[in-house]
Design a protein around this ligand. Structure first.
Ligand SMILES: Cc1cc2nc3c(=O)[nH]c(=O)nc-3n(C[C@H](O)[C@H](O)[C@H](O)COP(=O)(O)OP(=O)(O)OC[C@H]3O[C@@H](n4cnc5c(N)ncnc54)[C@H](O)[C@@H]3O)c2cc1C
Length: 465
């Protein structure tokens, strides 16, 4: 069957956070003829196997922790209430399916043509889309956006395929009794934290002595210590050599950690050791678009690649921020520039706030202390920090109290705030507002001029000495 031929102004490959945002703006706001191609589910990683189901699961974990804390506040009920993982995941997945439908409707409302299939470059201006029914569409586009995101990595050791990745976390139909999570980035830390809070015996294997190693040292040390206080088993200085299938869904992980060689029987092994760009099926080579040594597409801050009419954004590109709002903002700005006549529109990649839904939550914006010392010199920075017990824990025994720690990094005579790092209850919500102030160039004096809100933890951020 000869392929159907289509033409458009803007072909967007990947119906995830960045691709959808860009296609909808180009067509809905500026009237460009846009086509979006997606080969899995609309909404991409964030909606289907990332932020959204993760946060809903984190909410469940948070409720489990609150139920534990309730005793200290005088609630008298049986501890260890059962958690029905299966019912919970079915409800969560139904919510995601509703979102998929809403995303499809939004594309229609903005007159973006949607093709469900896999896109492959045939030449720099032409993409072949293999549709679900086996037929093919050939699209010739004036401009092409590559927004294909990434996928989780699995190590190259015998039996590695017996493990799951973060994608598989969202497919678990029943709650594992005992898990091993391997990795030290935010996905590993979040997933280990959720398993543990929901009552699974959790072992987290990290390569060094701390996790979240791109975050400020204060965050690394305090969250590791807190996970250990909570009873999560952290295997430091670890590596894994092989995985064996024991039958009945059980596996044996062979490893080395700071205590020497060991092995462990587990129900579930989860690899969270990093992500790679999803370029396997795209035949990008034919376009001569340049990639870095990890395969990410090289872009400038305008999302231009080295090929005139091909752009890239989100997790597939090399800008260093794998976050949904970054992909969305870059996508909208790109369409403002390409179709909205705003020749300088681009995302400012400085001071992007990010959080980790750990236990407790972590928030971070700007430079870490080592980065600030390196950039400005030891004599040009001033650090304000505070560690305290939040009032939430006032009713608890000493050994049940969680940590709260805040750090502000300031530079110059005017003490401009160039970094803020926080951990403790509510940190994710706290950071958003302070992010605005820091993006506007706030100084320590600006922070101090804002009257505290009492009694909160965040008031500490405007009263630091
Ligand atoms: C477990 C987890 C938790 C996360 N939590 C957060 C969070 O709390 N906050 C946050 O901001 N970010 C979070 N992220 C990151 C966030 O999900 C990504 O940064 C974001 O989804 C990137 O958007 P994107 O548009 O670049 O790619 P994606 O959303 O990954 O979309 C790319 C799409 O392209 C499709 N595709 C790929 N190749 C082809 C092809 N050849 N043809 C057709 N379609 C193709 C894919 O199927 C996919 O749907 C999380 C990620 C993970 C994995």
């Amino acid at each position: 069957m000869a392929p159907v031929n289509k033409e458009c102004d803007y072909l967007v490959i990947g119906g995830g956070s960045g691709g959808l945002a860009s296609a909808r703006r180009a067509s809905g706001m500026y009237g460009a003829k846009a086509i979006a191609v997606e080969n899995k589910r609309l909404g991409g990683t964030c909606v289907n196997v990332g932020c959204v189901p993760k946060k809903i699961t984190w909410n469940a974990a948070n409720i489990a922790e609150t139920l534990k804390d309730a005793k200290a506040y005088g609630f008298d009920f049986k501890q260890g209430l059962p958690f029905d993982w299966t019912t919970f995941t079915q409800k969560r997945d139904a919510y995601i399916r509703r979102l998929n439908g809403i995303y499809e409707k939004n594309l229609k409302n903005d007159k973006v043509e949607y093709l469900h299939g896999t896109a492959t470059f045939v030449d720099p201006h032409t993409v072949k889309v293999a549709l679900d029914d086996g037929s093919e569409v050939s699209v010739n586009a004036k401009k092409i956006l590559v927004a294909v995101g990434g996928h989780p990595n699995v190590p190259d050791i015998p039996g590695a395929e017996l493990g799951i990745t973060s994608d598989g976390f969202f497919e678990l139909q029943t709650q594992p009794k005992k898990v091993a999570v391997v990795g030290a980035g935010y996905i590993a830390v979040e997933m280990a934290g959720m398993f543990h809070a929901l009552g699974t015996e959790t072992h987290l294997f990290i390569r060094h002595d701390t996790f979240l190693r791109t975050f400020d040292p204060m965050i690394q040390e305090k969250v590791v210590a807190e996970y250990e206080r909570q009873g999560l088993h952290i295997h430091k200085q670890s590596s894994q050599s092989k995985v064996e299938d024991l039958g009945n869904g059980k596996k044996k992980l062979h490893y080395k950690d700071s205590n020497g060689e060991g092995s462990m029987e587990i129900d579930t092994l989860l690899w969270a050791i990093g992500r790679a760009p999803e370029l396997e099926k795209l035949n990008l080579g034919i376009t001569k678009v340049a990639q870095n040594d990890k395969g990410h597409i090289k872009t400038d801050e305008y999302q231009n690649t080295n090929v005139d009419h091909i752009y890239a954004l989100g997790d597939v590109c090399d800008r260093g921020y794998e976050l949904t709002p970054v992909a969305i903002a870059a996508g909208r700005k790109l369409s403002d520039r390409l179709f909205g006549g705003q020749s300088d529109a681009h995302l400012d990649y400085s001071n992007i706030p990010s959080v980790v839904f750990a236990h407790p939550e972590v928030g971070s914006i700007g430079l870490t202390e080592p980065e600030a010392r390196e950039k400005f010199g030891d004599d040009s920075i001033k650090i304000y920090s505070s560690s305290f017990t939040a009032m939430y824990y006032s009713m608890m025994e000493q050994d049940e109290k969680g940590p709260t720690s805040y750090k502000l990094i300031c530079t110059g005579k005017e003490e401009k705030v160039v970094g803020m790092h926080i951990l403790g209850v509510g940190s994710a919500e706290i950071l958003q507002g302070f992010g605005v102030a820091i993006k506007m160039g706030a100084t320590k004096a600006d922070f101090d001029r804002c009257v505290a809100i009492h009694p909160t933890s965040a008031e500490e951020l405007v009263t630091m000495k």
